[in-house]
Design a protein around this ligand. Structure first.
Ligand code: 13P
Length: 274
């Protein structure tokens, strides 16, 4: 964006470069509005930004070849699900993935305290750099992993424990100016991811606490679809069911009583690549 003469002079008068903050001005309102729309009540993100290789693995799990046609058919199933917009406020696509965002994987036997320590260190450093670079906090959404024990830890954690550790980490590290915390599911089962989110929304938080799940929104979609055109509606019904469950969890009103055993299936894979 070209600076107006007045703004350029103001910058020079200040005696140091302020280009970054001046540049943000033009887009600041739109950015804040967009972040607010994405982080809106009862809604979260459908993450469908798997690389082609990972999308291929998903398709392989239901016996489909990793061709462009299969990937398109599957992605079309997801985005054309009627009524999905009621629960889903945005989608993340492959090309838009920011691969340098830090990622805390579930791998390991460590306990939940170790995960808390690592996450605190990572987010302290990340927010320091964001602040140093004058990032507009009102215009960002944070997509962290929840604070949980490692996938092979002996002691598992209840949704209440995961919620209490995760919220503790967020309160210690993430300024309230950030509008939304949109969790990844990270290999949790669909049910765990929904129960943990629900537990985090039992009382008000400084940020919109919601979901940006891939595996925990897509696992039962694939199982229902099986790559067969005649199962398209069943696949879309499965997506809508998970989207609504997580929408309820965003509002802290999720009731797990109608869930099938399939929702409890683990989606964890060691050394997972997004
Ligand atoms: P998972 O929910 O499968 O961990 O993926 C989320 C993600 O980061 C993709 O954008």
């Amino acid at each position: 964006m070209a600076l107006s003469m007045k703004q350029t002079l103001a910058c020079k008068a200040a005696g140091r470069s302020r280009t970054v903050s001046v540049k943000a001005l033009k887009y600041a309102d739109e950015l804040v509005q967009t972040a607010g729309k994405v982080a809106s009540k009862g809604r979260g993100i459908l993450a469908m930004d798997e690389s082609n290789a990972t999308c291929g693995k998903r398709l392989q799990s239901i016996g489909l070849e990793n061709t462009e046609d299969s990937r398109r058919a599957y992605r079309e199933l997801l985005v054309t699900t009627p009524g999905l917009g009621k629960y889903i406020s945005g989608a993340i696509l492959f090309e838009e993935t920011l691969f340098q965002k830090p990622e805390v994987l579930l791998d390991g036997e460590h306990d939940i305290d170790a995960c808390l320590e690592v996450q605190e260190a990572i987010w302290a450093e990340t927010f320091k750099y964001l602040a140093d670079n004058k990032v507009l906090f009102e215009g960002i959404l944070l997509k962290p992993a929840m604070v949980t024990p490692g996938a092979d830890a002996k002691v598992k954690a209840s949704p209440e424990t995961v919620a209490s550790y995760t919220l503790k980490m967020l309160r210690r590290r993430v300024p309230p100016a950030v509008p939304g915390i949109m969790f990844l599911s990270g290999g949790q089962s669909e049910l765990e991811a929904t129960l943990n989110l629900n537990a985090m929304n039992q009382s008000p938080n400084p940020w919109h606490v919601s979901f940006s799940y891939a595996r925990a929104l897509q696992n039962s979609v694939l199982k229902s679809w099986q790559g067969k055109p005649e199962n398209l509606a069943a696949g879309q019904e499965a997506l809508l069911k998970r989207a609504k469950a997580n929408s309820d969890a965003q509002l802290g009103q999720y009731d797990a009583s109608g869930e099938s055993a399939a929702a409890g299936e683990r989606t964890y894979e060691k050394g997972y690549k997004y």
